[in-house]
Design a protein around this ligand. Structure first.
Ligand SMILES: [Zn+2]
Length: 207
């Protein structure tokens, strides 16, 4: 390895080490009370990269070409994130995001533009996704009821929010992103839809 390559190599390793330390500090000092944990991690990574006068994009590009370093980073960070306090905070922040998404859909389906304070913490990419989700939603009046039910569940039984009504297992995040008001996991939903007596009268899109 050329000396320049070696210098580069240790630079990425230093960023990794600094970032892992910061995440470790997070689990010691207690999880953030504001905002999703993912955003906090993003900020820490920006900070770690800035210390080495580089950007997250450059670091990510370096990780793409250095599989061992990428694997180490992933393993170390996920070990730290499995800390009970942090994983509880993470779950809580996911729940809050989901709740906000539901509120937005409720506004949009009701034909009203959500007020700025509802949009505010959501970035442009996410806003477009939500607007598109609104457009692809069927003209199905039961969707609004399902949204209301999901919000009610979030308020009354936060611990059950995001879990399948049938098997009680957590619903896959990708499914919740598409259908934040999903009552059941994909497997149980499919099972319910094949039982004729439980078939909904209004066609429900199946994901
Ligand atoms: Zn299920």
């Amino acid at each position: 390895m050329a000396p320049d390559d070696e210098a580069e190599d240790s630079r990425w390793r230093r960023i990794k080490a600094v970032f892992v330390d910061m995440v470790g500090e997070l689990s010691k000092s207690g999880p953030p009370t504001q905002g999703p944990l993912e955003r906090v991690l993003e900020r820490l990574l920006i900070e770690a990269c800035a210390k080495e006068q580089t950007t997250v994009d450059e670091f990510v590009a370096a990780l793409e070409s250095d599989e061992p370093l990428r694997d180490e980073l992933q393993a170390e960070v996920s070990r730290l994130l499995s800390d009970p306090a942090l994983s509880a905070a993470r779950k809580e922040s996911q729940r809050r995001e989901l709740e906000r998404h539901l509120m937005l859909l409720r506004f949009l389906l009701g034909g009203a533009e959500p007020p700025e304070w509802v949009w505010e913490p959501i970035d442009e990419e996410e806003r477009t996704k939500i607007r598109n989700a609104r457009q692809t939603s069927p003209e199905d009046p039961s969707v609004l009821t399902r949204i209301e039910n999901a919000l009610k569940k979030a308020a009354e039984r936060p611990e059950a929010f995001g879990s399948c009504e049938a098997c009680k297992e957590p619903i896959a995040p990708a499914r919740l992103e598409l259908i934040p008001f999903a009552e059941r996991c994909a497997k149980c939903q499919k099972a319910a839809e094949t039982k004729p007596e439980e078939r909904p009268t209004v066609p429900v899109r199946r994901f």
